[in-house]
Design a protein around this ligand. Structure first.
Ligand SMILES: CN1c2c(nc(N)[nH]c2=O)NC[C@@H]1CNc1ccc(C(=O)N[C@@H](CCC(=O)N[C@@H](CCC(=O)N[C@@H](CCC(=O)O)C(=O)O)C(=O)O)C(=O)O)cc1
Ligand SMILES: N[C@@H](CCS)C(=O)O
Ligand SMILES: [Zn+2]
Length: 769
C-alpha cells in the first residue's frame, strides 16, 4: 500500500555502495585485472543495489534512493550523464563507455585522468569536472534511468538522486588549456536544458520525485551564485511534465540559500539539522517554513557514528511538523560516509558497541523516529528507553574521562606549541647536520602495500603467522625499501610503512581512547576504502608506536631516514570524532600523545621527523565564519606535536589533494621546516601560490602523480621542476612525489622514482652549469 503523502516517512539520501565485504571493490579491481568480465561486474553491481534497496525497504524506508550507486564516483557519473566528457577521453568513451569511464577516473599511460579532490569536508574524493567555453553538454540518461527502472522492477518506490546543476558547476574547474579565470557557472544556461532532459527521462521512466543534491549551497555563496540558484530552480520548476523536485542541502546550514530555495517553485527541500547545521531550524522558521512543501529533515548525523539522541530528534521534528506541509525523517546526508553495520564489530566491548550507529543502525533510527511521529511516542517507547540507557552509559563511561590526560592538556601553554629557535637558525643547524645536496630527493613515506604484505597481516590476525614471523616479513620489506632507495640515489629515505594497515588506523590501534573497527569500511575514492577508527575517549600513548621500526631502518643506512607520523588534525579528520567535547580539546590530547612520539624518535637518532597533515585543508569549516577558530586550534595542535625538538632536527609535513590557496597562512603557521605537497596534476600551482604568499621555508611540490599507474617520464619531471624553480628558489626546493606510494606497484614505483632522481640530477646540473 502506498503511504499517504503527508504522513511522515523515513528516507535516506544515499547508501554505502561497497557491499558487506567490499564486493564492489573486488569486482571492479577484478575487471581492471581482466579476471571479471563487464557482464560480471554489472551483475555484481546490480546485486549490491538490489540488496541495498531490499535492506532499506525491510527496515521501513518507503522511498529508496536510486542513482546514488557508482562504480567509481557519483560526480564522474554526473559528468557522464550531462555529456561533459573531456576531449582527451572522448574516443575511449565512444569506443567502450565502461573502459572510457575508468580511463577518466584513473588515466591511462597516454591520457591523464580527471583531477581528484575532496568532497566538501569529508574524506571522500570526487573527480573534478573539466569545463570550458566550448563545452557542449548532452543528456545521457542511461545510468539514472537504468537504475530507476531496476528499483521499480523490484517493486520499490524510488527517488532518483543526481548532483544538482549548481553544485556540479561550482565543483567544476576550467579544463586544461582553458583560461584559468573561466567560471564554469557561466555554463548554467547551457546545462539546464540537459537537466530538463534528464528529469523528463526519469519522469517517463516512472519517477514521481527526483532529488537534486546541492551541498555547494551550504557554503558562502556570492549574490550572483544565489541568483543563479534562483534562476536554475525557477527554470527547472517551470518545466511541464517533470517529476516533483527535492533539492537537498547538507553538511552545514543553508544560510542565504534557504530563502532562495524556499521560494523556488520546487516541491521539496532537504535540510541538515545536525551539528553546525542545527541553525537551519531557526532559519527555516524565519523564512516562514515550507508551507505545502515536503521537508526531508536530516536529524540523524549521516557522517558520524554515534547513536542518535532520539528524544532530542523527536523534539526537533515536532517543531518541524509545524513548518512544512510534509516532514520526512532522514540522516543529514548520504550514508556513503559511514560503514554499513555496527553489529559486525564483534571485537568491541558489547556495551561500547551499543553507542555506535552505522548505516543499518541509522536506518533503524530514522524509521523509529518516523514511526514515533506517525503513531505517537508510546509506539516507540521501548526504543526510546533503550536509547536513553545507551546514551547514559556513554556519558558515564570511564573511557571518556582520564584525569591524567585532562590535567596534562589543561597545563599546556602557548610556549609548548612554539619551537624556541627562529627558522633561519634551525635551517643552518639542519643543513650542517644533514648536508643535503641542492634539490634533495625524498618520498612521502609509504612504498607499495603489496598483496603479500596485506596477506601477512591477515595471516597474523588469523593465527597463520606468528608475531615473530610477521615482524620478520615486515623487516624484510624495510630492508628492500632501504636498499632500493640507496641504489636509486634518493637523499632522505623512508622505511616504507609496510607495517601500517593505514596511516590513521595504525596509530589509533596503539592509542588509548580510540576504537578500531574490523569491518567498518568507508569509500575514500574509487576502489580504495578506509576503516576510520572511533575517537571515543581521552587519548594517551601507553608506549612508543614507531620507534622500533625507525631504529631498524636507520641502522640499515648512513643516509637520514625520516621518522614518520600522522598529525593530530588528520588523526581527527579521518576518524569518527567525539561529539561530547570540542574538537580542539580532542586535538590537543592527540597532539600531546604524538609529541612524546616525536621526541622519542629524536632521541632514537631521527634527524628528520615528518608529521603528515593531509587533512588540514579538508577539515576547514565550509563557511568562512568558522575558519579562524578552526585554523587556530589545528595549527596549534600541529606545533604542539612538533615543537619539542632541537634546532637541528628537521620537521617535515605533508599535504595532498588540497586546494591550498585558502590555507596559505595556516601552512606558514605550522612552522614546519619542510613541506611536501601535491602539485603534479595541477601543474605546480601550489608552488606559485606559496611564492605569492611569501612562504619562507622549504617546499617539495610533487612531481609525480601517484594517483595514477602512469609512469612520468624524466622529461615531465624536469618540466615540473623547472616550473617549481620559477616559483621557489633552488635552495628551498625539494624533489618528491605528490603523496605516498602505497597504492602503486613496485614496477611503476621503481621506474617513476628512477625518473624523479634523474630529473633532479639533470636540473642540478643545469643550475650548476
Ligand atoms: C592518504 N589517504 C588516506 C585517507 N584516509 C585514510 N584513513 N588513510 C589514508 O591513507 N584519505 C585520503 C587518502 C586516501 N587514500 C587512500 C589510499 C589507499 C587506500 C587503500 O589502499 N585502502 C585499502 C585498505 C587499506 C587497509 O586498511 N589495509 C589493511 C587491511 C587489508 C584488507 O583488505 N584486509 C582484508 C583481508 C585481506 C586478506 O588478504 O585476507 C580484510 O580485512 O577484509 C591492511 O593492510 O592490513 C583498500 O583495500 O581499499 C585508502 C585510501
Ligand atoms: N606518509 C603517508 C602520507 C600519505 S598522505 C604515505 O606516504 O602514505
Ligand atoms: Zn599524501
Amino acid at each position: 500500500m502506498s503511504p499517504s503523502s503527508t504522513t511522515p516517512q523515513a528516507t535516506v539520501h544515499g547508501s554505502p555502495r561497497q557491499g558487506p565485504d567490499r564486493e564492489l571493490k573486488k569486482a571492479v579491481e577484478g575487471y581492471w585485472a581482466g579476471r571479471v568480465t563487464a557482464d560480471g561486474l554489472h551483475a555484481t553491481a546490480a546485486g549490491l543495489r538490489r540488496d541495498t534497496w531490499r535492506r532499506l525497504a525491510d527496515a521501513g524506508v518507503t522511498e529508496v534512493p536510486t542513482g546514488d550507486f557508482s562504480l567509481y564516483d557519483h560526480v564522474l557519473d554526473t559528468t557522464v550523464a550531462v555529456g561533459a566528457i573531456p576531449a582527451r577521453h572522448r574516443a575511449a568513451v565512444d569506443a567502450d563507455p565502461l573502459d572510457g569511464y575508468f580511463a577518466m577516473a584513473r588515466g591511462t599511460q597516454d591520457v591523464a585522468p580527471l583531477e581528484m579532490t575532496k568532497w566538501f569536508d569529508t574524506n571522500y574524493h570526487y573527480l573534478v569536472p573539466e569545463l570550458g567555453p566550448d563545452t557542449v553538454f548532452a543528456a545521457n540518461p542511461a545510468k539514472p534511468v537504468g537504475e530507476l527502472r531496476e528499483a521499480l522492477a523490484l517493486g520499490h518506490r524510488a527517488r532518483p538522486v543526481l548532483v544538482g546543476p549548481l553544485t556540479y558547476l561550482l565543483l567544476a574547474k576550467p579544463a586544461p588549456g582553458v583560461d584559468p579565470g573561466f567560471q564554469p557557472l557561466t555554463l548554467l544556461d547551457r546545462l539546464l536544458p540537459v537537466y530538463a532532459e534528464l528529469l523528463a527521462g526519469l519522469r517517463a521512466a516512472g519517477a514521481d520525485w527526483v532529488q537534486l543534491d546541492e551541498p555547494a549551497l551550504v557554503q558562502d555563496r556570492t549574490p550572483a551564485e544565489l541568483n543563479a540558484a534562483a534562476r536554475a530552480y525557477r527554470d527547472l520548476g517551470a518545466l511541464t511534465g517533470r517529476p516533483r523536485i527535492l533539492v537537498a542541502t547538507y553538511f552545514d546550514r543553508a544560510g542565504a540559500a534557504l530563502p532562495v530555495l524556499a521560494k523556488a517553485p520546487v516541491e521539496g527541500l532537504g535540510l541538515d539539522f545536525t551539528g553546525p547545521a542545527a541553525g537551519n531550524l531557526d532559519d527555516l522558521a524565519a523564512v516562514g517554513g515550507l508551507p505545502g512543501k515536503r521537508l526531508v529533515a536530516g536529524v540523524v548525523d549521516g557522517r558520524n557514528i554515534w547513536i542518535n539522541d532520539l528524544e532530542k530528534s523527536l523534539a526537533t521534528l515536532a517543531t518541524l511538523l509545524g513548518l512544512a506541509g510534509q516532514v520526512d525523517v532522514a540522516p543529514s546526508c548520504s550514508l556513503l560516509h559511514v560503514p554499513l553495520d555496527a553489529t559486525r564489530e564483534r571485537d568491541l566491548d558489547p556495551q561500547i558497541a551499543r553507542w555506535l550507529a552505522f548505516a543499518r543502525q541509522k536506518t533503524a533510527e530514522i524509521t523509529t523516529l518516523a514511526r514515533g511521529l506517525r503513531e505517537g511516542t508510546p509506539a516507540i517507547g521501548a526504543e526510546l528507553a533503550a536509547n536513553r540507557a545507551d546514551l547514559a552509559s556513554r556519558a558515564a563511561s570511564a573511557l571518556t574521562h582520564d584525569p591524567a590526560v585532562r590535567a596534562r592538556a589543561a597545563a599546556t601553554t602557548a610556549e609548548d606549541a612554539r619551537r624556541p629557535q627562529a627558522y633561519p637558525d634551525r635551517a643552518r643547524a639542519q643543513q650542517a647536520r644533514l648536508k643535503l645536496p641542492l634539490l634533495p630527493t625524498t618520498t612521502i613515506g609509504s612504498f607499495p602495500q603489496t598483496t603479500e604484505l596485506r596477506a601477512a597481516r591477515a595471516g597474523l590476525r588469523a593465527g597463520r603467522l606468528d608475531p615473530a614471523g610477521y615482524r620478520e616479513r615486515m623487516a624484510a620489506e624495510v630492508r628492500e625499501v632501504i636498499a632500493y632507495q640507496e641504489k636509486a640515489g634518493l637523499d632522505v629515505l623512508v622505511h616504507g610503512e609496510p607495517e601500517r594497515n593505514d596511516m590513521v588506523q595504525y596509530f589509533a590501534e596503539q592509542l588509548t581512547g580510540y576504537l578500531a573497527t574490523r569491518h567498518g569500511w568507508v569509500q575514500s575514492y574509487g576502489t580504495r576504502y578506509v576503516r576510520p577508527p572511533v575517537l571515543a575517549g581521552d587519548v594517551s600513548r601507553p608506549r612508543p608506536m614507531t620507534v622500533d621500526w625507525f631504529r631498524y631502518a636507520q641502522d640499515l643506512t648512513d643516509r637520514p631516514v625520516k621518522g614518520m607520523l600522522t598529525g593530530p588534525v588528520t588523526m581527527l579528520a579521518w576518524s569518527f570524532v567525539r561529539d561530547d567535547q570540542p574538537l580542539a580539546e580532542t586535538a590537543r590530547q592527540v597532539a600531546l600523545a604524538l609529541r612524546d612520539e616525536v621526541t622519542d624518535l629524536e632521541a632514537a637518532g631521527a634527524a628528520v621527523v615528518q608529521v603528515d597533515e593531509p587533512a588540514l585543508r579538508e577539515t576547514l569549516p565550509l563557511r568562512a565564519a568558522g575558519r579562524p577558530g578552526y585554523l587556530a586550534w589545528a595549527t596549534e595542535a600541529f606545533r604542539l606535536t612538533t615543537s619539542g625538538v632541537r634546532a637541528d632536527t628537521q620537521v617535515h609535513t605533508h599535504m595532498c589533494y588540497a586546494e591550498f590557496g585558502e590555507i596559505m597562512t595556516a601552512i606558514e603557521e605550522l612552522d614546519a621546516d619542510v613541506i611536501s605537497l601535491e602539485a603534479a596534476r595541477s601543474h605546480m600551482r601550489v608552488a606559485h601560490e606559496l611564492a605569492a604568499a611569501g612562504y619562507p621555508r622549504e617546499v617539495g611540490p610533487g612531481v609525480y602523480d601517484i594517483h595514477s599507474p602512469r609512469v612520468p617520464s624524466t622529461g615531465e619531471a624536469v618540466a615540473l621542476l623547472r616550473e617549481g624553480l620559477a616559483a621557489i628558489p633552488a635552495e628551498r626546493l625539494w624533489v618528491n612525489p605528490d603523496c605516498g606510494l602505497k597504492t602503486r606497484g613496485w614496477a611503476e614505483t621503481r621506474a617513476s622514482l628512477d625518473h624523479l632522481v634523474e630529473a633532479a640530477r639533470l636540473v642540478r646540473a643545469e643550475l650548476a652549469g
